[in-house]
Ligand binder design. Structure first.
Ligand code: NAD
Length: 387
């Protein structure tokens, strides 16, 4: 199946990837101009010792900055609005986001609120932001979301208790610095959850109805790298090769889904995050094998290729048999990194099923690019299968 529609490929102006690439931060900020920097991060990243290192780079180059380290996971809209108030009251000119997807997304939000008046919830949806944001430099410390290269930010609408997105090219970073050394301090659980998030991006976009020639090339490479290096990075966090390849893969997967879009895994994972406060990566990981099993008939050739990319020997098997081997490969990977894909292991009572189904149906926009159509009964039976 070839997607014949016109594609636009978006990416940041500049991506710098490499061990110790973080040392470029002052230079890159100076080139962007704009004066005082608002450094956006979360307390966990500060505790991991990553911010003091960056502050030293800024100080030794006499760059003036203000620290905003109040980011919360799956960031509530208020965290972005408060950051934007500080950006203005402290007379900042640039935003530097350092951390996992939560910190990078808050940085993106602050950047657009610096140049567009309103609260962040006013800009949710597709292309609802009139003006480009303040200059933006993003540095991931997890290898998962790919937020450093995407034109989307994800927030939690506190009042509605649902995830929402701001989708606009105006939040693309001017510069993304991807330094795998910043990910070395991730504990195994964070490595596993965020690594699986990257895998979900790659697989979902690869089988998406909106897949493009760009997303295909990038997703294939990301799937291959993550299948090979995630177990190693999980087992031995100090393994530089594994950390490097995972950082590269997560960024590449981000570029892929920025072009090809996502699907039903994200739709059915979101309610698990908002209802039970599980991490985004973990909820995606739980739903992945169940949605893949459901989706197989929608694109068996691509699922067969996923099996192959994940190291399965598909020679001698029919396309449908090979496609099913992709589900086995994903389950094997999840078992290896100790991520359960059974909802019953997460203390989620079965009586909550209708609530989950309602939550999944609220994300039905993500069913459109999914390779197999879903109706409410399908959503119900997928969650049931996940117990
Ligand atoms: P996160 O940013 O929420 O961080 C998870 C935890 O890991 C935090 O406690 C953090 O302090 C800690 N941490 C981060 N880096 C660390 C390091 N190097 N060492 C030790 N601890 C570290 O997690 P995430 O999975 O990276 O981001 C999730 C968020 O990103 C969600 O809100 C999700 O919806 C969003 N997201 C955004 C995009 C996008 O393109 N904008 C894509 C996917 C997901």
């Amino acid at each position: 199946m070839t997607n014949l529609s016109t594609h636009i490929f978006y990416s940041p102006n500049k991506i710098i990837l490499g061990m110790e690439a973080a040392s470029n931060v002052s230079d890159e900020l100076s080139k962007l101009g704009g004066g005082r920097v608002l450094l956006v991060t979360d307390p966990g990243v500060v505790q991991a010792g990553l911010i003091s290192q960056i502050e030293n780079f800024l100080k030794s180059n006499s760059l003036d900055y203000v620290l905003y380290d109040a980011v919360e996971p799956e960031p509530p809209d208020g965290v972005i609005d408060r950051g934007a108030e500080i950006f203005k009251s402290e007379d900042c000119g640039l935003v530097l986001g350092i951390g996992g997807g939560s910190s990078l997304d808050v940085a993106k939000g602050i950047s657009i609120l610096a140049t567009n008046s309103g609260k962040i919830l006013d800009f949710c949806g597709i292309d609802c932001v009139p003006r480009k944001g303040a200059p933006l430099l993003l540095m991931p410390t997890t290898s998962g979301t790919g937020s450093e290269v995407t034109r989307v930010l994800v927030l939690t609408d506190e009042k509605q208790n649902v995830k929402n997105v701001v989708f606009t090219p105006h939040i693309l970073a001017d510069v993304a610095i991807v330094d795998p050394a910043l990910t070395l301090s991730m504990p195994p659980r964070v490595t596993a959850d965020t690594g699986m998030d990257a895998m979900v991006h790659a697989i979902e976009t690869y089988v998406s109805m909106n897949a493009t020639v760009f997303s295909d090339v990038l997703a294939e490479r990301a799937i291959e790298l993550i299948a090979r290096y995630l177990p190693i990075a999980w087992a031995k966090g100090s393994n530089l090769e594994a950390r490097y390849q995972m950082s590269a893969a997560a960024t590449v997967a981000g570029l892929a889904f920025g072009s090809g879009g996502l699907g039903a895994v994200h739709a059915l994972a979101y309610p698990l995050g908002t209802e039970y406060h599980m991490t985004h990566g973990r909820t995606n990981a739980i739903m992945l094998p169940h949605i893949m099993k459901f989706n197989l008939s929608g694109n068996p050739a691509k699922y067969a290729r996923i099996a192959e990319l994940m190291g399965q020997d598909i020679n001698g098997y029919s396309m449908y048999e090979a496609a099913a081997m992709a589900v086995d490969a994903v389950k094997e990977l999840l078992d290896t990194i100790k991520v359960s894909y059974n909802l019953s292991d997460y203390d989620i009572p079965t009586k909550d099923l209708p609530k989950l189904v309602d939550g999944g149906m609220k994300q039905a926009r993500l069913f459109v690019p999914n390779p197999r159509d879903l109706i409410r009964e399908d959503v119900e039976s997928i969650y049931e299968g996940a117990y």
